[in-house]
Design a protein around this ligand. Structure first.
Ligand SMILES: Nc1ncnc2c1ncn2[C@@H]1O[C@H](COP(=O)(O)OP(=O)(O)OP(=O)(O)O)[C@@H](O)[C@H]1O
Ligand SMILES: [Mg+2]
Length: 230
């Protein structure tokens, strides 16, 4: 089992498009690479919904007396998510240690096989999930997502300090113009911190309706950027 590159898609602010971008990116990159998605949003997993896989279940197989998950395969993408395994309502009130335990189990018990890229759809916030992912998975890089909005950018600063503290390399940021905002995102604060701009994704009806096969604008640039890092 060999994963060449593990990339976390992250933002402290909720609802800025992490899950949608992860799914569209994985679909586009799966045309040229072997890719997987780990949905690390234990409280609110979304990947199974984005790919219309609500009824899918990862196969359980026994390896050396251990129960292991075979990821759900969709369009060549290997996907694992708490959304496949657990009734989402049950996890909704878990405390930190249970959350970390669940993430750890997803990581340790999934047979990913050989992958070029494993994308991690991070939950919003900066808490236990981030600590667990950084210490257990050790992503090679993370991509930050923001909307053109000062609050989203301000929250991104928290993600930057979290990633810096956890020694996760930050590749850059993606602007997701989720509602065709005319407002200025004021990215100077990111530039001052040396975080490079990667791409901008406009409001996209297809993204809104989870129809991700026509690669949304901005996803191609993001894919080429990621491909150029290997
Ligand atoms: N570029 C876009 N154009 C149109 N709609 C978008 C775009 N990006 C995201 N959306 C929509 O915005 C909402 C939030 O997106 P998404 O769930 O991917 O964000 P998130 O950052 O993963 O949220 P959370 O922090 O809750 O995990 C969804 O309804 C999604 O369909
Ligand atoms: Mg999400």
């Amino acid at each position: 089992m060999m994963i060449k590159k593990i990339i976390a898609i992250a933002s402290a602010k909720g609802g800025v498009g992490k899950s949608s971008i992860t799914a569209a990116l994985a679909l586009n990159m799966s045309k040229s690479f072997k890719v997987g998605i780990l949905d690390a949003d234990i409280y609110g997993p979304n990947q199974h919904i984005l790919f219309n896989l609500q009824d899918a279940k990862p196969n359980l197989i026994t390896v050396d007396d251990k129960k292991m998950f075979q990821p759900v395969m969709h369009e060549g993408i290997s996907i694992n998510s708490m959304g496949f395994i657990l009734d989402a309502d049950k996890a909704a009130v878990w405390r930190g240690p249970m959350l970390s335990g669940a993430i750890r189990q997803l990581i340790e018990s999934t047979i990913w096989g050989d992958l070029d890229f494993l994308f991690i759809d991070m939950p919003p916030g900066t808490g236990d999930a981030y600590l667990t992912i950084a210490s257990e998975i050790k992503p090679d890089a993370c991509i930050l997502v923001t909307t053109p909005n000062k609050l989203a950018v301000a929250d991104l600063i928290k993600t930057i300090s979290t990633m810096n503290k956890l020694a996760v390399n930050i590749s850059g940021y993606v602007e997701n113009n989720i509602a065709n905002f005319k407002t200025n995102g004021d990215y100077k604060i990111l530039e001052d911190k040396g975080i490079p701009f990667i791409s901008s994704i406009p409001f996209d009806e297809d993204i809104y309706h989870f129809d991700l096969n026509n690669t949304p604008n901005g996803i191609k640039d993001l894919s080429s950027f990621i491909a150029s890092t290997v």
